[in-house]
Ligand binder design. Structure first.
Ligand SMILES: [Zn+2]
Ligand SMILES: [Zn+2]
Length: 340
């Protein structure tokens, strides 16, 4: 098992068993237990002013000097030590991330691109994770896609031609693919990205001790529908006619199918897709968040206080069509009037 683990670590991979056990316990304990395996300095030049490497490269002052690194982008579960981040004249960006399938890098793509772009203009950038294989390779691939307007496959090929071991994990590859689908920018109106952000927000809530989601996901919280013009309202409360759901908040699904953010159908026009009409699921709106129960509870009409549905960030809800939706903001159809 130990050999398997060491081998796995060499190639920057988390063992399947570790993924099953839970993402967040893997790297810190591994790093502590296998100090003797700390890798040698290892970095590759991807293009002028851009290097991709491992943690040892980022903490070695001589390496930083030799390659004239002015900007360091760390995408890791731990920050660089203060003796490095206090080096004069250098800029650092830290993105906290584990190398696991469910980790969100996509919502960091724009800040990573901006940082690398700025670093390339002013000097040289080192993008690194622990091994320089998965997380950092993902951000460098996304940068090349954006800078040159090229496909994921071309960008990854370019990275691998300079660093053969570059290999984003399956979750990061799916995120890069969605980035390509959205035309190399983050489009919050894209159906796949909305599903993605909702899941990422739920993960963020589950990690937060205070049960607060990271501000990065606040974009999924929909504006108050009672300020909408009639043409923007999808559903009103049947009891008091208070507008409850805006058209842009509705999350469609197909009967009996859990909608997955990796499903490309949600990025396209849904004209030919047969949607379920038995249950109403939405993105969260501001009025739903104003509750003392952050994880699960009832949805009460903000005007007449009638129960109109329920929400559950972790366990989700089942639609009458048997589709499991998670996280779920579910409205009871008989409590609403459809305005569309
Ligand atoms: Zn009402
Ligand atoms: Zn359904």
């Amino acid at each position: 098992m130990q050999d398997q683990l060491r081998q796995s670590l060499r190639y920057g991979r988390v063992l399947p068993q570790a993924e099953v056990l839970g993402a967040w316990c893997c790297y810190p304990s591994v790093e502590m237990s296998f100090d003797e395996d700390t890798p040698d300095v290892d970095l590759s030049k991807i293009e002028d002013g851009l290097y991709l490497g491992n943690l040892s490269a980022a903490v070695d002052e001589n390496t930083l000097k030799t390659y004239r690194i002015s900007h360091v982008l760390t995408v890791e579960s731990n920050q660089l030590p203060a003796n490095v981040t206090s080096l004069p004249g250098m800029a650092f960006l830290y993105i906290e991330a584990f190398d696991v399938r469910g980790e969100d890098l996509l919502s960091h793509f724009q800040e990573a691109v901006d940082f690398i772009e700025d670093g390339q203009r002013k000097g040289s950038v080192l993008v690194h994770c622990y091994f320089g294989v998965s997380r950092s390779a993902t951000l460098v691939t996304c940068f090349l896609m954006k800078k040159y307007g090229i496909t994921l496959s071309k960008a990854l090929k370019r990275v691998r031609s300079k660093r053969w071991c570059a290999s984003p994990n399956a979750g990061f590859l799916a995120q890069l693919k969605l980035y390509q689908t959205m035309g190399q920018h983050l489009d919050t109106t894209n159906g796949q990205y909305r599903l993605y952000l909702l899941q990422a927000a739920a993960t963020s809530l589950s990690r937060s001790i205070e049960r607060k989601m990271d501000d990065r996901y606040s974009g999924i919280i929909q504006p108050e529908p009672h300020n909408f013009s009639p043409s923007q309202v999808a559903y009103k409360c049947r009891g008091c006619r208070c507008p409850l759901v805006g058209k842009t908040a509705v999350l469609p699904h197909c009967a009996g199918e859990t909608p997955e953010w990796t499903d490309a159908r949600w990025s396209g026009p849904l004209d030919g897709v047969k949607l379920c009409d038995q249950g109403i699921f939405t993105l969260p709106s501001q009025w739903m968040m104003e509750t003392e129960k952050p994880i699960e509870g009832k949805l009460l009409c903000p005007r007449c206080r009638a129960k109109v549905g329920s929400y559950n960030w972790y366990a989700g809800c089942c639609c009458p069509c048997q589709a499991k939706i998670s996280p779920a903001f579910y409205f009871i159809p008989s409590k609403l009037d459809k305005c569309m």
